[in-house]
Design a protein around this ligand. Structure first.
Ligand code: DGY
Length: 349
């Protein structure tokens, strides 16, 4: 940890206006703030020009923190703070080698809320049903109320279907928060497959099972997870370790009435395989907040064209409260790294 500052007024580069959190930066007299001036993603060339000599940088998901950026910054750079819980845009081994501290924003996100929303929407055909209303087609006789039009699998337990199994690929904080939100739906079984590098935690699992009064809470392999889940949530970090864990082979094992939700990273799910799975009815539906190649997703993307796929543009953390918490935490992380103090959330510590 840096305990002594060589530069009296360290320069920090901020890659996006942070709205109501900006006074936390602009009111400080002991730093020089260089702010990307436009209301769109920070241009790489601007960042490379402006980071020269900076001691800290506050980035978003789209700003790659790699060798090129560190070269442009020079030797003063001592902290990178990302306003995100995900960090695959940051070359962590490189940061470790250069002894640059990295802050991120766990614990304040609302992906769990959005995951439940997407599970309900995808099961109940809300993508297609909502488009129908928007297109003015509700008035057509074939869409008048009828016994089984627009039916889908029910998320909650019912007398005729008393066992409901939720599955989680990745079982960290957000997955556990999602499980807690699902308990009132009468969920009876929870299966999960940990990230490849995570370890079993039987004491935690026993406690969770007791708290939620679940019949089953079990760590299983990917094969069982795919075969037995009624609703499967992908909540594992992105990166090479989890790339395309959900591929054609995985999707083929899922139940025909099951629903797949991805609110973590697009790279975990093979988009082409998912489009085929929906088209050929291997699974019932999908709810996606993240997609490979985002944000370059247009109306001719195979998943956008699938009526049983509900897609929203990476809005998992998009509430005023959460974004303000994330921005505040990112700024405080930046200060921790700048002034050699603790960070509220530091990676690798
Ligand atoms: C993150 O912080 O990594 C989220 O994906 C943003 O919603």
């Amino acid at each position: 940890i840096v305990s002594h500052l060589s530069d009296a007024r360290p320069k920090v580069v901020i890659c996006r206006h942070l709205g109501p959190a900006m006074p936390l930066l602009q009111d400080r007299k002991d730093i020089e703030v260089v702010l990307w001036p436009e209301d769109r993603s920070c241009e790489r060339s601007w960042l490379l020009d402006n980071i020269r000599g900076a001691a800290g940088v506050l980035v978003l998901l789209g700003d790659k923190v790699n060798e090129e950026l560190l070269e442009a910054a020079g030797p003063n750079l001592r902290v990178v703070s990302t306003m995100s819980v995900g960090y695959e845009h940051i070359d962590l081994p490189l940061m470790a080698r250069r002894k640059i501290r990295v802050g991120y924003t766990p614990d304040v996100l609302t992906e769990a809320d959005l995951s439940v929303m997407l599970a309900l929407m995808a099961g109940r055909n809300d993508g297609a049903a909502y488009s129908l209303v928007r297109n003015g087609d509700w008035a057509k006789p074939k869409f008048a109320w009828s016994p089984f039009t627009f039916c889908g699998p029910q998320l909650s337990a019912t007398p005729s279907s008393p066992t409901r199994t939720v599955g989680f690929l990745g079982f960290g904080r957000i997955a556990q928060a999602t499980l807690a939100r699902l308990i009132p739906f009468g969920i009876t079984h929870c299966l999960y497959a940990g990230s490849p590098s995570s370890r079993p935690d039987t004491a935690r699992d026993a406690a969770l099972q007791a708290t939620h009064k679940l019949k089953v809470l079990e760590r299983v392999d990917a094969d069982r997870l795919a075969r037995e889940s009624d609703v499967l949530f992908v909540l594992t970090p992105g990166g090479t370790e989890t790339y395309h864990l959900v591929d054609a082979a995985f999707l083929r094992k899922m139940k025909p009435m099951s629903v797949l939700i991805n609110t973590s990273r697009g790279s975990v799910v093979d988009s082409d395989a998912l489009a085929t799975a929906l088209r050929e009815k291997w699974i019932w539906g999908a709810g996606l907040d993240v997609v490979e190649g985002e944000p370059l997703i247009t109306e001719d993307h195979p998943l956008v064209k699938e009526p049983q796929c509900v897609m929203v543009p990476h809005i998992g953390s998009a509430t005023f409260q959460t974004r303000l918490d994330m921005a505040t935490r990112a700024i405080n992380n930046l200060y921790g790294g700048l002034f050699g103090e603790d960070m509220p959330a530091e990676l690798g510590r």
